[in-house]
Design a protein around this ligand. Structure first.
Ligand code: AMP
Ligand code: FES
Ligand code: ZN
Ligand code: ZN
Length: 308
């Protein structure tokens, strides 16, 4: 027989046990706990004014949009949603539909970019011009476009739905594959805007929240989530490493948070010395490279191959 746990703050039955915080919570108190965490993050970094939330249609960013919008008055921020139609067949069609409907339902202004119209290619088309894995190419395009659109609109901060499972797994994978470059770049919860190199500030309010918490938040708030998986991401190696946490978290529920905090401390100095950002000589947006940014290199390969 499984024991029913009571909520830590009232006499209702708990619907979730958060082992990392030694906390059992009912629906009402879980929602309160979740939104308080997001609000605290916004306050910790003194974020004010317009925040553009990059929404994919997946559970993390949809939960983020809902939570940020709900706390926006109290926190003193104005939320704008941003979605990119990546042109990945049914997956992109369904994602766009869900994001459009949801933004309308909660009354948030939504900006949509269609990369085929804006950039002249879809993700399935551009991945052929790079030997990087599809998700890496897609990431380059998304990061560049999110930054450009926010910069052109004069927005100071972009919020994305990265969670502790993503962040801790990136560290774990980098450690196990001797990927010193990724380790030195590190993972950040917050990055200040750098207008001199056209870089918009970035925040990851769910940095220490898990996929499980984000999923539950969407269910409890009746938030729609795209139910098709991206067909290009299925074979991404990172998913294989994620499974390792199922075992590790049973041994140590704070393992993901501890690994992340340890790596941030260890790599802090590395990051400051090795990571020097400058402006790309073609587009003017930030890059670590001496000349062209990763996005412009990709586009120039695409254009020259198309001419041949
Ligand atoms: P991913 O790179 O797919 O792990 O996504 C990381 C974050 O980027 C998501 O949590 C979103 O905030 C943002 N994002 C991903 N895909 C899109 C999209 N199609 N449109 C807007 N934002 C996106
Ligand atoms: Fe970018 Fe799948 S969403 S590769
Ligand atoms: Zn309760
Ligand atoms: Zn560039």
């Amino acid at each position: 027989m499984t024991k029913t746990r009571k909520c830590k703050y009232c006499d209702q039955n708990a619907i979730i046990r958060l082992a990392y915080a030694n906390l059992s919570l009912c629906k009402k108190h879980f929602i309160e706990f979740y939104e308080k965490r997001i609000k605290k993050m916004i306050e910790k970094y003194k974020i004010k004014g317009e925040v553009m939330v990059a929404v994919s249609g997946g559970k993390d960013s949809m939960a983020l949009l809902h939570a940020l919008n709900k706390i926006s008055n109290e926190a003193g921020i104005d939320v704008i949603a941003y979605h990119i139609d990546l042109g990945i067949g049914k997956y992109s069609e369904e994602s766009k539909k869900i994001v459009l409907e949801f933004a309308k339902r909660i009354g948030v202004l939504l900006i949509v970019s269609d990369i085929k119209n804006d950039l002249g290619f879809t993700i399935p088309e551009i991945i052929k011009y790079s030997n990087k894995p599809p998700c890496a190419v897609c990431g380059i395009v998304k990061r560049w476009l999110i930054n450009r659109v926010a910069y052109d609109l004069g927005i100071k901060y972009v919020a994305t739905g990265h969670n502790i499972d993503d962040v801790s797994t990136m560290y774990l994978k980098a450690l196990l594959t001797q990927d010193i470059y990724s380790l030195s770049r590190g993972q950040y919860e917050h990055m200040d805007p750098m207008p001199e190199i056209k870089m918009v500030g970035r925040i990851r309010p769910q940095f220490y929240l898990s996929e499980r918490e984000n999923r539950l938040y969407t269910i409890l708030n009746d938030i729609p989530v795209v139910d098709i998986e991206c067909p290009l991401g299925k074979r991404a190696v990172i998913h294989k490493y994620k499974v390792a946490w199922d075992t590790l978290l049973r041994i140590n529920p704070v393992g993901q948070i501890n690994l992340t905090k340890t790596m941030i401390k260890i790599t802090k100095n590395l990051r400051e010395t090795e990571r020097e950002l400058r402006q790309c000589s073609r587009c003017g947006f930030p890059t670590e490279s001496d000349r062209l940014c990763a996005f412009c290199r990709l586009v120039s390969r695409f254009k020259s191959w198309k001419k041949e």
